[in-house]
Design a protein around this ligand. Structure first.
Ligand SMILES: NC(=O)c1ccc[n+]([C@@H]2O[C@H](COP(=O)([O-])OP(=O)(O)OC[C@H]3O[C@@H](n4cnc5c(N)ncnc54)[C@H](OP(=O)(O)O)[C@@H]3O)[C@@H](O)[C@H]2O)c1
Length: 337
């Protein structure tokens, strides 16, 4: 086992603005011997998540990655060796494997390592039926309390989480309007995913288009981006509208917090509710989301779009794609077949 070479990306410095390869250092190390309770995992596929930008800089719901540590990342892999009774060599698993070929995981910690659902492709397990899908499901249904006939607006709508929110909204019988960057993404939302309308925030007047597409106001605004888009959506809130604060990718590269939304007080006037959530709180209830979503996927009601970059070397560039809007669906990095 010690003969295995572990290729890794270590965090070299705190990033300024957009992440770049220079924020990381390529390293090759030996794979350590396993201690009791540990599992050795061969990384097969990495998930790229905007939250990794925060992990590189500041303490959030997890402590920041220390300089010189392997870059934290969720992903999937195959167990090579195990000193934990719940895992055996050959098994497919998912967890925080990091940007490296081999991860030694202390499998006893809650949520550290989970078996992949049987028969589910790795890309789906990391996307539609993984953290992405669970975030969308509970965010829209549990936090947003979306009901049939209501108007749901989702930002980052062509992205991994947003496209799941949009489709679940349609399945629930809501009117769904998506906000995304560029004509191609907007066309995908209306023609492929069947949304009622899509708004290109890069070329259209957002406030005007929200007024046109949501004549009765917004009942649920699912926010993935924050900033000016959140502000525009707050301005169109319906009476007792709910704002789901899932993320704020437009702000993650800023060194200091930007000014707050001007339309914030509309929450008061409209008796609205704005609520943040972290998907990790819902891990004990995963089956509640996965069972209906697996059914919708099988019935073709839910489309799962993945964007796969190939090679561990591509990990920093793949993460940057999220902030450049280059990813078309869930961004993954395939490390090994
Ligand atoms: N609360 C939780 O537990 C939880 C869990 C998972 C994810 N999240 C959050 O959910 C959001 C989406 O994550 P994801 O993994 O699904 O990524 P994603 O939507 O697949 O990719 C990110 C997308 O964000 C958009 N974007 C980037 N910079 C932007 C900007 N300045 N203004 C507006 N849009 C911008 C881009 O789309 P365009 O081309 O349309 O701009 C890009 O494709 C993130 O904010 C993430 O932090 C939260």
């Amino acid at each position: 086992m010690t003969a295995l070479v572990n290729r890794q990306w270590l965090l070299a410095r705190r990033p300024s603005g957009l992440v770049s390869e220079a924020d990381f250092k390529w390293n090759e190390a030996a794979v350590p011997e396993l201690a009791d309770g540990q599992v050795l995992v061969r990384t097969l596929c990495l998930s790229c998540d905007p939250t990794q930008r925060g992990w590189m800089s500041i303490d959030t719901y997890l402590p920041k990655v220390e300089l010189g540590e392997v870059m934290r990342s969720s992903g999937a892999g195959r167990v090579v060796a195990s000193k934990h009774p719940a895992f055996a060599a050959g098994q497919l698993v998912q967890g925080l494997v990091g940007w490296q070929d081999y991860a030694v995981v202390a499998a006893g910690k809650p949520g550290a390592l989970m078996p992949l659902p049987p028969g589910v492709p790795i890309e789906t397990a990391l996307g539609a039926l993984g953290i992405t899908g669970i975030t969308a499901y509970f965010g829209l249904i549990d936090v947003g309390k979306a009901k049939p006939g209501e108007t749901v607006v989702v930002s980052g709508a062509a992205g991994a989480t947003g496209s799941m929110v949009a489709q679940i909204g349609k399945i629930l019988g809501c009117r769904v309007v998506g906000i995304a960057g560029g004509a191609d993404k907007c066309r995908y939302l209306t023609t492929e995913l069947g949304l009622d309308a899509a708004i290109d925030y890069k070329s259209e007047d957002l406030a005007e288009r929200l007024g046109e597409t949501c004549p009765k106001g917004i009942d649920v605004y699912f926010d993935n981006v924050g900033g000016d888009i959140l502000d525009a959506a707050l301005g169109k809130l319906a009476m007792r509208g709910r704002v789901v604060i899932c993320g704020a990718i437009s702000r993650y590269n800023e060194a200091a917090p930007g000014p707050g939304p001007k339309n914030y007080m509309n929450l008061l006037l409209k008796r609205g509710r704005m609520e943040g959530f972290i998907v990790l709180d819902y891990l004990p209830r995963v089956a509640e989301a996965i069972l209906p979503m697996a059914g919708w996927l099988a019935q073709g009601k839910l489309k799962d779009r993945v964007d796969v970059q190939v090679g561990l070397e591509r990990a920093p560039a793949a993460l940057a794609r999220l902030f450049l809007g280059q990813n078309e669906g869930k961004q993954l990095v395939r490390v090994a077949e």
